[in-house]
Write a protein that binds this ligand. Structure first.
Ligand code: ZN
Length: 680
């Protein structure tokens, strides 16, 4: 029987992949790749692009192609068997990566290639990125330190996976059984229907509310029952912590302690002061001081606005607000001042209609076509597959969507690469992406209706998807989002969000789910008028996460246990305006930095928002409107198509004609431009 994870043509055979395929496939590819490295390094006398770099690029592609479906399934249809085999594979993968990164013969071969003067600029970027990564993997260390570095990397990969598992298990384990309908007052009908269906499925009466994001969000912003909101808030912010009501075997505190210690030790081993400094080496920001100054400057600008937001909210509520009251009264105040609410808007945003509008938009912007392909096999009935073709009619790639929340699926929204683009030596592989969200699923035959926030999320992830798919680069390590400085990677995603605030785009992507009537003008104006509602509070919340992350990874020695909580409390004292109950253990479920790739990198959202807002202002300045002129075409050419083959600042300057300015971000968020802020 052939192993579906070893197939190298077409889309992954998702419905044929079984847990027992994962480990043998990985071992096969790792063994083949090691043989390639041996072969490449035995002929280094003639180190050239073709004899050294190309084979390594292709073997990395092969490994990603085998591993990506397995890690994707682990994230979206998690189960004990798959988790077990995934965890067995992590150390194999980590050891392999460290071994390649520390291979001196390979490093010297790359150095010899770098000395040749026949490399084109893209090839030079590939080689220079690789040399930097060798140094960051400890290639220059002595044998004992190399071994310690390897151990650290292996342990970190295990700990990150454990962190995610604890969050997932803690989220799945919690539910609330409600027997009295009065307790659900204010909760939208769709959420109530879903809770009733959950109870029926478990053979219970009443309603069972689960802790997925759509339910959590609906309760926090709409449930009139204060005890219900408090219960949900407590459950959410104590997940995977000592304060949780459920199993303490999911407490992430010891996992976090060990992660920050090991990251710091790894950074020290390769000669850097902190993990923050280590993390910045491949990023746009030059050093930790620049990042801290950037965040503190934004905080100083936005904190007064946030304090005004909070004061307005308390005046409106007529009482001192607790953390579980803020979203609820904010929604009420929004209804009062802007005459608009999430629930009122949803009927105009059925998911299919929004997707069609999004596809029309990118057709206008980038001259591409997106079409649904039927009969593509996948891992769940909710999944769809779309193909992208360009103006010349050429296939550019495709993407899977998996949009709805369900049990055993990781929370949040993300884009991940499924297959990377290859175009070398007669080999052509088109890129494929995963676009994953956690929206409310359709209930009772009614289509999934999105809130405007969810529309923004969809546009955001679609921006990442286009970045991965529209690349013209054929070398895997710098194709699509690969090789893009992490603090610039949110440029295309946040850029796309801007369009979900444009009148003509909103008109064309809305259609009432019963009548297909587009969003009425008065509702549209009220939505646009509410854009900067509570934007000061939103800004400081992002800054709180970013500052906590960055300081956590800058300290030597890193804080442990209570001191991590104290650090978060300090940051909150400095920037936050929402009260913070002592049981809050937000950090224990902060997957971006402990489970995902945003360690000492959460600031990237704000950093890249300067770029994305400034990039969008090039469209706003266009005298012929957003779609006139050639800004779309230039964004396609200078940002999306080049992927990681050009350094991020150069790519931005090539598009914008100058270096980025912060003004557009401040203007879009209603916090005032540089000049106004100085004057005020
Ligand atoms: Zn993103």
């Amino acid at each position: 029987m052939t192993n579906p994870l070893l197939q190298t043509e077409g889309l992954p055979a998702f419905s044929d992949i079984r847990p027992e395929h994962v480990e043998p496939a990985l071992k096969t590819v790792l063994a083949e790749n090691r043989a390639i490295v041996d072969a490449v390094t035995s002929e280094t006398a003639e180190a050239s692009w073709e004899t050294v770099v190309l084979p390594i690029e292709l073997m990395d592609h092969r490994l990603a192609r085998t591993w990506s479906p397995a890690s994707h399934l682990n994230a979206v249809v998690n189960n004990a068997e798959l988790r077990d085999v995934y965890n067995r594979c992590l150390p194999l993968l980590s050891d392999y990566q460290t071994e390649i990164g520390q291979n001196e013969a390979l490093y010297h071969a790359y150095r010899r290639v770098a000395q040749r003067d026949n490399l084109d600029p893209v090839q030079r970027k590939v080689v220079e990125d690789a040399l930097r990564d060798f140094r960051l993997s400890g290639v220059a260390l002595d044998a004992a330190d190399k071994e310690r570095f390897r151990e650290i990397m292996q342990r970190l990969s295990v700990l990150s996976a454990r962190f995610e598992e604890h969050v997932l298990d803690a989220t799945n384990a919690w539910s609330l059984h409600i027997r009295d309908a009065a307790e659900l007052a204010g909760l939208p009908e769709a959420n109530q229907a879903r809770a009733r269906a959950e109870a029926e499925q478990r053979d219970e009466d009443g309603w069972i509310l689960t802790l997925d994001f759509p339910t959590f969000h609906a309760v926090m912003s709409q449930a009139e029952n204060r005890q219900l909101r408090e219960a949900f808030y407590r459950a959410w912010v104590t997940r995977a912590s000592d304060q949780a009501s459920a199993s303490d075997s999911w407490d992430n505190a010891p996992v976090m302690d060990e992660i920050v210690l090991l990251r710091q030790e790894a950074a020290r081993l390769v000669g850097l002061d902190s993990y923050a400094a280590y993390s910045l080496v491949p990023k746009m920001a030059r050093d930790p001081a620049e990042v801290v100054a950037f965040l503190e400057k934004l905080a100083a600008r936005s904190r007064p606005a946030a304090a005004r937001d909070m004061a307005a909210l308390e005046a409106f509520a007529g009482q001192t607000l607790e953390a579980w009251d803020v979203a609820f009264y904010a929604e009420r105040l929004r209804r009062k001042t802007h005459a608009i609410s999430d629930e009122e808007l949803r009927p105009w945003f059925p998911v299919e209609r929004v997707m069609a509008g999004l596809f029309q938009l990118v057709e206008k912007l980038f001259s591409i076509r997106v079409e649904l392909l039927e009969d593509v096999q996948s891992w769940h009935d909710d999944v769809r597959y779309y193909r992208i073709t360009d103006a010349a009619g050429s296939d550019r790639g495709g993407f899977y969507t998996d949009l709805y929340a369900r049990a055993h699926k990781r929370g949040g929204a993300w884009m991940d690469d499924c297959i990377g683009r290859v175009d070398v030596c007669g080999r052509h592989v088109l890129p494929v992406a995963h676009l994953v969200c956690n929206f409310m699923p359709p209930v009772n035959g009614r289509p999934a209706l999105l809130s405007h926030d969810e529309v923004l999320t969809l546009f955001h992830e679609f921006g990442h998807t286009l970045h991965h798919l529209l690349t013209r680069i054929g070398y895997p390590s710098v194709a699509g989002i690969n090789g893009v400085a992490w603090d610039a990677v949110e440029l295309p995603s946040q850029f796309m969000e801007n369009f979900a605030w444009d009148r003509s785009v909103l008109k064309s992507m809305t259609g009432h789910f019963e009548t297909d009537e587009p969003l009425p003008d008065d509702l549209l104006e009220r939505l646009l008028g509410s854009r900067n509602f509570m934007s000061g509070m939103q800004m400081v919340r992002q800054l709180e996460f970013a500052l906590f992350d960055f300081r956590l990874h800058s300290m030597d020695p890193p804080p442990q246990g209570e001191d991590i909580l104290a650090l978060l409390a300090d940051v909150r004292h400095e920037v936050a305006v929402v009260p913070y109950p002592s049981f809050n253990r937000f950090a224990n479920s902060f997957s971006h930095i402990f489970g995902g790739g945003y360690a000492a990198g959460y600031y990237s959202y704000k950093w890249a928002e300067v770029l994305s807002a400034d990039a969008f202002s090039a469209f706003e300045e266009n005298p012929d409107g957003l779609f006139g002129g050639d800004a779309g075409n230039r964004f396609l050419k200078e940002i999306l198509e080049v992927g990681g083959s050009v350094d991020a600042l150069t790519a931005f300057v090539n598009f914008r004609g100058r270096e980025p300015k912060i003004d557009a971000l401040l203007r879009h968020s209603g916090i005032g431009s540089e000049e106004q802020a100085t004057a005020a």
